[in-house]
Every structure is written in structure tokens, then in C-alpha cells.
Design a protein around this ligand. Structure first.
Ligand code: NDP
Length: 369
């Protein structure tokens, strides 16, 4: 697409505002009304725990069913997101910026002393806007951090489905497109099946809500993780059977490591005596798990996620670096995040962490890093 066509396509229209507004309104209503397991979050520094209603899966399935029904009744075109991709991108970007400003203003005016709402002002405006100043801001009873990541993951799936719908009449439904779509659907559904695990992740327990997370959840996840789908809808890739099978293996191994590691940590936090791979867990200082995946590398879950990211791009072949944007970005992000988490854990656990480091010397990639 040339620049002359790109700029007008980026200008938000009222349709994209309505689409986005309807999506958020649906999520807010579904999240508040639909049934779901209510799980307590990690204990905050003041001892309190937030409660999260994990009804993302039922919200997503109902949303897809409603959209399917709407398309079947000719009420909406399934290709609409793919057609308006760029203006939805700019509308979401503007929305994220406005949300960041509102969060900052609301945070500055918060008189609360609770861990979740107490404002933490660094004094540097850029830094405060970027990282945010409150840990768990809420709006009409909705935990915004949990809400935005849910919106981002669902948005990613909706973009993919719309690109798929546009590819079918174009005759572009290649094996590559089928594999990419299948892997992403499984990954996103798995995320919502295990949504409660999200409550013990770094983003929820340690990161404040500012532009970095709002933009990351609402813009970055849906619009950049779907680049492979856009790319495949414009490029033809002949995937050999061997390449397709190898690609499925990368996905399956990545999934096993990613889900296995996150599950082991989650189960361990709830019950430190639970068996790991059929054996009593090896525990450091009564607090850190040092067996199973957590005995192979200190962030084996990142390794699994990286393999999964690679498996989403491999269907595109090796002709262009563009579809590899996601795994490359994730590699940089997770190395940076691992460093920050390492510093946090070293400070929190002190000699226990040093002992864990001695037992498990690898950060992410065993025998490499
Ligand atoms: P983790 O789920 O690894 O959480 C890190 C925390 O776990 C630490 O701060 C510590 O917290 C605890 N911990 C660390 N080591 C141990 C141990 N050995 N035993 C017990 N507890 C331990 O990190 P993230 O939240 O960053 O990632 C969660 C998942 O999300 C990962 O799979 C990651 O790949 C994925 N992710 C994906 C992204 C994407 O863009 N696709 C972006 C970011 C993450 P505590 O103080 O509670 O003990």
C-alpha cells in the first residue's frame, strides 16, 4: 500500500468508533453478567486480594456465536474488521492515549492508601504516563488491567477470523493460512480456558496500568500478532507436507512447555506440596519451585511462548522477515522482562533466590542463556 492510500485509510470514521465502542460495551456487560469462576488474586503488599471473575471463555464463545448469527442474518459483514483494519488501529490507538490520560488524572486525584489504588508518582510525567501510577485501577467495578488484556486477546481472534473470512472468497485459503489460524485459535482458546492463571502473572501482580500496558493490550496484541494472517492473505506460500508436520511439532512442543510451566507454578503457589511430574516438588527456602520445568530454566514458560510464537510464523515460510515480527518482538520483550523479573525476585527472595540461581543456572534457554 502506498503512502497516498495509507493516510486516508488511517483516519478514524464513526463506524470504527461504533465498532470499538460496541465491542467494549459487550465485554463490560458480559464480564459483569456471565457466570464464571471467581478467583482471588495474589496477596497485595497491604495483605488485600482482588477477586477476578474468570468468564472470558464464555464471553468469547457467546461473542463469536452472536457475530456468526449476525453475519448469517446479513446484519453485519464478517469481513468488516479486515476492511477497516487501519482505521480500527488508529481509533484504538487514540482510545488508548485518552485512557492513559484519564488513568493518570484519576490516579493523581486518588486519596486511597490501598495497594491497588494508591498513586505512585515518580515525578517524571513521561515515566508516569508510560508505566502508570496505580496498580489495579477500576472503573464501574471492572478491573481495567484484567479487562484490557481480555479485550486484546479477543481482538486478536476477531481480526484473524475477519482476515480468514476475506481470504475465503479470494481463494487464498492455503495450508499456511489454515495452520496459522488453527494455532492462534488454539492459543487464544487455551488462554481463556486458563484465564485464572493470568491472575498470578507479572502484569497483574507487579506492573502498574499506564500507556505501556493499555497500548500493549489494546493495540499491540491484536494488531501486530495478526500480521502473519494479513501477510498470508496477500502472499502465496507453498508449504511442503514435511514442513507442515515440523511446524505442528514446534507448536505442540511450545504448547507443552508453555502451558506445563505456567501450570506447575500456578499449582505450586496454591499447594506447595503438589506433585510435579509425579514426584514431590524440589523447593528452595520453602518458596521457590526448583523442579519440573522450573528446574530446567528459571523462565521455561518464556521458552515455550517463544516456540509458540515461532510456530505462528513458520507457516509463512522464510521468504520475508515481515511475518517474523511477533517472535522477534517477543524474544526482545521476554529477555527484557526476564531481567526485570530477576531483579524483582533477587530483591524479594534474597539468599533464597541466590540459591535457586545456583541450582538452576539457565535463564530461558537451557545450555544457551
Ligand atoms: P511469570 O509467570 O514467570 O511470573 C514471574 C513471577 O513468578 C516472579 O516474579 C515470581 O513471583 C514467581 N516465580 C518466579 N520463579 C519462581 C519459582 N521458581 N517458583 C515459584 N515462583 C516463581 O512471568 P510473566 O507474568 O512475565 O509471564 C507469564 C506468561 O505470560 C509467560 O508464559 C509469558 O511467556 C507470557 N507472556 C506473553 C507475552 C506476549 O506478548 N505473548 C507478554 C508477557 C508474558 P512471586 O513474587 O509471586 O513469587
Amino acid at each position: 500500500m502506498d503512502l497516498a492510500a495509507l493516510l486516508p485509510a488511517l483516519i478514524p470514521s464513526w463506524s470504527s468508533v461504533v465498532l470499538l465502542g460496541t465491542f467494549f460495551a459487550y465485554l463490560a456487560a458480559a464480564g459483569s453478567i456471565l457466570p464464571g469462576k471467581v478467583v482471588p488474586g495474589a496477596a497485595l503488599p497491604d495483605g488485600s486480594r482482588l477477586r477476578y471473575r474468570c468468564n472470558g471463555l464464555v464471553s468469547l464463545l457467546l461473542l463469536v456465536a452472536l457475530l456468526g448469527l449476525g453475519a448469517w442474518m446479513d446484519f453485519l459483514r464478517p469481513t468488516i474488521i479486515a476492511e477497516r483494519g487501519l482505521e480500527l488501529l488508529s481509533t484504538t490507538f487514540i482510545f488508548s492515549t485518552l485512557v492513559t490520560l484519564v488513568l493518570y488524572a484519576a490516579g493523581c486525584n486518588s486519596g486511597s492508601n490501598s495497594s491497588s489504588l494508591k498513586p505512585h508518582l515518580a515525578g517524571n510525567l513521561i515515566q508516569d504516563l508510560w508505566f502508570g501510577i496505580q496498580l489495579n485501577p477500576q472503573f464501574i467495578g471492572i478491573d481495567l488491567k484484567f479487562f484490557f488484556v481480555r479485550a486484546g486477546m479477543m481482538g486478536w481472534l476477531l481480526i484473524n477470523l475477519s482476515v480468514l473470512a476475506r481470504s475465503v472468497p479470494d481463494g487464498n485459503l492455503s495450508l499456511s493460512m489454515v495452520l496459522y489460524q488453527l494455532f492462534c485459535v488454539l492459543y487464544i482458546l487455551d488462554y481463556f480456558v486458563h484465564e485464572e492463571y493470568m491472575t498470578s502473572t507479572w502484569d497483574i501482580i507487579a506492573e502498574r496500568l499506564g500507556f505501556m500496558l493499555v497500548f500493549g493490550d489494546l493495540v499491540w496484541i491484536p494488531f501486530t500478532f495478526s500480521i502473519q494472517g494479513w501477510w498470508l492473505s496477500r502472499n502465496n506460500v507453498e508449504l511442503t507436507t514435511i514442513a507442515a508436520i515440523a511446524n505442528c511439532f514446534v507448536f505442540l512442543i511450545g504448547y507443552m512447555v508453555f502451558r506445563g510451566a505456567n501450570k506447575q507454578k500456578h499449582v505450586f503457589k496454591r499447594n506447595p506440596k503438589a506433585l510435579i511430574w509425579g514426584h514431590p516438588p524440589k523447593v528452595v527456602g520453602g518458596k521457590l519451585l526448583a523442579s519440573g520445568y522450573w528446574g530446567i530454566a528459571r523462565h521455561c514458560n518464556y521458552l515455550g511462548d517463544l516456540l509458540l510464537a515461532l510456530s505462528f510464523s513458520l507457516p509463512c515460510g522464510l521468504r520475508s522477515p515481515v511475518p517474523y515480527f511477533y517472535p522477534i518482538y517477543l524474544l526482545i520483550l521476554l529477555i527484557w522482562r526476564e531481567r526485570r523479573d530477576e531483579a524483582r525476585c533477587a530483591e524479594k527472595y534474597r539468599e533464597i533466590w541466590a540459591e535457586y540461581r545456583r541450582l538452576v543456572p539457565w535463564r530461558i534457554f537451557p545450555y544457551i542463556y
